[in-house]
Write a protein that binds this ligand. Structure first.
Ligand code: NAP
Length: 475
């Protein structure tokens, strides 16, 4: 029997939803390493025994997650200077039986910012939360020379105060702790360059939650939500709609994982593979309440087709032709929204703003997803909410109509645009930014991608029918 000593593991509670096993096992495979990554649920009273077990069995390394990042420290033999300074450990390396703690969350956060070309030096950063993640993030920002405001709930304001006291000090490095309340939030965001959500607000299953009213988000701000499940939190979605640059938690997750991989193996991490495996796992995960069963006799096969894509990608025309070819019922999501709201889309925007529109859209998607045998033409922004896409995926094959930005621009300039969010098609830069932002979401949720640039609507519909057949054979 083959045995392997090369085991890395995650210790936390809970760990069932962790993406670390898929990321690390894919990275080990990619590098041809005989390593395995496992996840263990460990309660606080068993943490010491779990670490001793890992040591005794010669595990190569560990990741430590909620709720053990701070409590693990007394059980380790050594800390690297950064994890010591932060007071939290998320990675452990077993060096010949000695367990050494590191913190790759801090550097992972910094790499995610750098990837977006953001240098925090001299910026004012507002951090929501004062837990393990906030400790790493604030350390990394203070090191980089940012001014920091940490907001935490009043009952645990002392945690935020302790956190700020512990930060590196020096010229320009200011840090303050305030109670998280509407006044302090509004006041501190007035001058914020970067907002970081380091709380679990907005995380599955509380996806409707956000701590920041969208009126407080300014387009010049960068909004970084550490939550990665869902990928597109309500905060990220609203910040993007407000014109802010957004970064989701997946970027930090991938980088903290990549840095841990490098500590365990001494090799450079295949970051692209880790990111795409994590993204796949997030997109494909059936996030239903545990124990939920399909009703008896229900078929698991989707019978509908949902067309997604940017405004001007031809969804309406292609959906109409597709409905004719397949004999399925044509459903235009925007029309369902208008009927339900008793108002046109421009009127809904005028009355309730984009936030109100998105709320009505969620209800419309819920309604439409319960139907069968439909061709659903979706609004361009439907992919911004994971709840919508999870619902659609239950009954429909998702088909993304990819069209080049140039074609979208020219089509938008030659048609009546209904949604005030894009009412000025001459603003090419804004449209290009929106296309760039949404594109990964269209792609991540798609079962089928059709590049229809240069194709007629009829040819696009025919291609979809062909691809549906091979999709059905594969599944
Ligand atoms: P933690 O140590 O449990 O701390 C959670 C913090 O969030 C605490 O400050 C808590 O406030 C605050 N909080 C929770 N729910 C809140 C709410 N509804 N309103 C206001 N504050 C709330 O957790 P953590 O390790 O810091 O993780 C925080 C988040 O970051 C989680 O969503 C986690 O998934 C994410 N994270 C992401 C990465 C990544 O790589 N992307 C890495 C680490 C963590 P109190 O002190 O008042 O309870």
């Amino acid at each position: 029997m083959k045995t392997t000593q090369n085991i890395c593991a995650l210790l936390g509670n809970p760990v069932e939803h962790s993406l670390s096993p898929v990321m690390h096992n894919a990275a080990f495979r990619d590098k041809g390493l005989d390593y395995t990554y496992l996840a263990f649920n460990v309660t606080q009273d068993r943490l010491c025994s779990a670490l001793e077990g890992a040591r005794a069995l010669g595990f190569k390394g560990l990741n430590i997650t909620i709720p053990h990042k701070v409590n693990v420290i007394p059980f380790l033999d050594e800390l690297d200077p950064i994890s010591q300074r932060i007071g939290a450990v998320n990675t452990v390396v077993n060096i010949n039986g000695r367990l050494k703690g590191y913190n790759t969350d801090a550097a992972g956060f910094r790499r995610a910012l750098e990837d977006k070309g953001i240098d925090p030096a001299g910026k004012h950063v507002v951090i929501l939360g004062a837990g393990g993640a906030a400790m790493a993030v604030s350390y990394s920002l203070a090191e980089a020379g940012a001014g920091i405001t940490v907001l935490n709930r009043l009952a645990r304001l002392n945690q935020a105060v302790a956190l700020t006291r512990n930060l590196p000090s020096g010229p320009g490095k200011t840090a303050r702790a305030l109670a998280l309340n509407p006044e302090n939030l509004a006041g501190s965001l007035e001058t914020a360059d970067i907002l970081v959500n380091a709380t679990s607000s907005g995380m599955y299953p509380k996806m409707e939650e956000t701590l920041v009213p969208c009126r407080l988000i300014r387009p010049e701000m960068t909004v970084f939500d550490l939550v990665y499940n869902p990928l597109q939190t309500r905060l990220v979605s609203e910040a993007a709609s407000a014109g802010a640059m957004t970064i989701n938690g997946l970027e930090m997750l991938v980088w903290q994982g990549a840095l841990a991989f490098e500590l365990w193996t001494g090799l450079s991490a295949p970051v692209g593979i880790m990111r795409s495996e994590a993204l796949k796992a997030l997109g494909g995960r059936p996030e239903k309440p545990a124990g939920r069963r399909e009703p008896a006799g229900a078929t698991a096969l989707p019978t509908s087709i949902a067309l997604t894509g940017f405004m001007g990608s031809g969804k309406t025309t292609v959906a109409r032709i597709l409905a004719e070819i397949t004999g399925k019922r044509l459903v235009e999501l925007d029309r369902v929204i208008e009927v339900n709201a008793g108002a046109s889309i421009p009127e809904i925007f005028a009355r309730t703003g984009e936030t109100g529109f998105r709320e009505i859209e969620i209800e419309a998607v819920k309604e439409v997803s319960s139907g069968r045998n439909q061709v659903i033409s979706c609004g361009g922004g439907v992919v911004l909410n994971k709840i919508n896409m999870d619902r659609l995926k239950e009954s429909a094959v998702i088909c993304y109509l990819e069209v080049s930005p140039e074609v979208i621009m020219s089509r938008m300039q030659s048609q009546d645009v209904e949604k005030p969010v894009l009412a000025d098609p001459a603003d090419r830069e804004e449209v290009a930014r929106l296309i760039r932002f949404r594109e990964p979401f269209y792609r991540a949720y798609a079962d089928i991608v059709i590049n229809s640039t240069g194709l007629s609507a009829e040819d696009t519909a025919r291609q979809i029918v062909e691809r549906l057949a091979s999709h059905a054979r594969r599944n």
